[in-house]
Design a protein around this ligand. Structure first.
Ligand code: SF4
Length: 176
């Protein structure tokens, strides 16, 4: 999970700001007076379906924030988890959860739609801009070419219902 308090995470500008909405819709997280991503750690640690979380920490301050969150951890009520889920879904997912690539099969394309959207997330929300561009450039041309793809079929096939028609033009704008 990238560290950034500039509200860039999953929030998508055309749909408002996710972290602002989380503060509004899940007040218990804000009441804990933790930075945004450490609030989310409390939610993740509460959910017994998750056995581990990997976070990207770029300096010792980031590590201190995580250890502080761990020291102050108290499980959230189930209602708060549901509020967080609803706030997140309301913004529309853009992160490929990396399944079996059924989106590309459904779309009838050689383009690697999941990888393209993942690189976009890295670029826009994880602060890995140059790395995302580098990896995009390394893809074979057919993996980048989504022309002619049935993007609505891809969306229907994706467990996260990624809106490829909206996201793929952004891939080209930011990574090409
Ligand atoms: S169907 Fe969705 S989750 Fe699966 S690879 Fe494609 S974008 Fe990723």
């Amino acid at each position: 999970m990238a560290h950034d308090e500039s509200n860039r995470w999953l929030g998508d500008k055309p749909q408002g700001n996710l972290l602002d909405d989380v503060v509004r819709r899940v007040p218990v997280l804000a009441e804990r007076q933790l930075p945004p991503y450490q609030r989310l750690l409390h939610a993740i640690w509460t959910d017994e379906r998750l056995s581990a979380v990997c976070t990207t920490r770029r300096n010792t301050d980031h590590i201190r924030e995580n250890t502080d969150a761990a020291r102050r951890f108290e499980p959230l009520e189930e209602a708060a988890i549901h509020q967080l889920r609803d706030a997140t879904l309301a913004h529309g997912s853009r992160l490929c959860a990396d399944c079996d690539g059924r989106c590309s099969i459904a779309a009838g394309t050689q383009a690697d739609l999941g990888t393209l959207t993942r690189f976009l997330t890295d670029h826009e929300h994880h602060g890995d801009r140059s790395e995302a561009r580098r990896l995009y450039a390394e893809l074979p041309p057919e993996a980048r070419d989504w022309s002619g793809a049935d993007l609505e079929a891809a969306r229907s096939a994706c467990p996260n219902r990624l809106d490829f028609a909206r996201l793929l033009p952004q891939v080209e704008r930011h990574l090409a």
